[in-house]
Write a protein that binds this ligand. Sequence first.
Ligand code: GDD
Ligand code: MN
Length: 363
Amino acid sequence: MISIVIPTFNEVQNIIPLIKNLIVLISDFEYEIIVVDDDSPDGTSEEVNKYMKLNNRIKLITRIGRSGLSSAIKEGLIFSQGKYILVLDGDGQHHPSFVIDMINVIKKKKSDIVIGSRFLNTSKLEGLSNKRTLGSNISNKLARISLHRNYSKLTDYLSGCFCLDREKTKKFIRKIEINGFKFLYELLALSKGDLEVNEVPLIFKERRFGNSKLDIAIVWDFLVSIIHNLIFRLLPRRAISFGLVGISGVFVQLFIFSFLVEILLFDFYRALPFAIVSAATSNFLINNQVTFRSERLKNSALYIGLFKFLIVASLPVIANIGITTAFYRYITADTFIAQIAGIAIVYAWNYLASASFVWKKSI
Ligand code: GDD
Ligand code: MN
């Protein structure tokens, strides 16, 4: 039995034509088609529901209060029953004609994963803008260096279209982190080169109706995951994201400071507090959009959050001086190492205190 999992969000006009195409292609197999819809406001679930009455191999999971492409895929996979499971986008961008190729390859070549690749020589890439193609190229290169070398010949680590052997992949699937779009990348990272992976060429079409849901937060989430893997998954993803935002704050502070001093002719002592508070505010706002996106603060909670964040961030200034001095005095007389130690401890404090005090929920 083949299970086909299709994640959807606002694909009301795309989903039924896609299902119809698929049914024609796979009618020789025993199959089930599972749509995982996040309660799309455009009525995608209702549309699928109507169609289910005509064909009982079509199943629908409508999730209320949960969202995200990777998490939808994970839920669909866990719900499915087939020996082989195929995942593809619900907007019709993955031309269904290769579905049979993928199923054949996974059966014959004894692959554990078959990826529908947009970047093989024989693939046809019609639906990616130049900007997206460039972004995908860079992302694929980063993915390659961060994954096990057994996977270095692959060409599309971020494809949304792949076929899995359930038994071989199920222990990894359980562990996949569910934020963002990077389901396949995560699966490859967790399996550490142990799976047999092959690719077949894909035809990637233009989207017919609606818009892509890929946004800057998805890209950020992916970059954080790359770093997460490069450092052997030692730090939590959120701590990495928080650290990157902190680095951006350094630049904000330097920029505001020199703007105030050079252009507005402030003196050092007047400029410094402005620059520091601007950098902290910028850190807070960016963290609110990316690092703590799922607990994002809005309206009045945003101002209260900013106030708390400024308090949290101001405490370690004193601690930093103390720790750096202590390190210098008692542990090493190297000023550089002493400063790095101070920064590391302040960073850990800021992250832990922000996560539990400003954005509360989990750390
Ligand atoms: N259930 C659910 N929840 N489905 C979602 C969500 C979500 O939060 N976000 C997106 N989807 C569904 C869309 O409805 C679509 O069927 C599919 O996931 C892909 O989303 P698109 O928004 O169309 O993505 P894209 O075309 O920009 O991105 C493609 O390329 C990426 C790599 O560059 C996709 O193939 C991605 O899977 C791929 O990672
Ligand atoms: Mn798409």
